[in-house]
Ligand binder design. Structure first.
Ligand SMILES: [Zn+2]
Length: 94
């Protein structure tokens, strides 16, 4: 059976590399939606305010569209940030 293809928009955290996906293409999403999602995640990184603002806009500007099949779309982290948890642990060694 052929899977239907769908579009997803993926945000990547510039600090830890975790990913958060949204169903639909980039044009269908408000920038404020992307910024709010990034900001909520960046709160976990205990950045100072200016660093957080810079990274928030950087992440939103690098949101990328991906064409995925339905099975992949269902497995994307649409409700949560995930992806490279191990890498994040390495990066926070300081
Ligand atoms: Zn992160």
């Amino acid at each position: 059976m052929q899977s239907a293809m769908a579009r997803a928009t993926v945000l990547t955290c510039p600090v830890c590399g975790a990913e958060r996906a949204f169903e639909g293409d980039l044009d269908a999403l408000d920038e404020s939606t992307l910024l709010a999602a990034v900001d909520a995640h960046l709160a976990e990184h205990a950045l100072d305010e200016s660093a957080r603002a810079i990274r928030k806009h950087a992440a939103a500007s690098r949101a990328e569209e991906r064409i995925v099949d339905d099975a992949t779309l269902a497995s994307l982290p649409t409700g949560d940030w995930t992806g490279t948890i191990a890498a994040a642990a390495d990066a926070t060694g300081a």
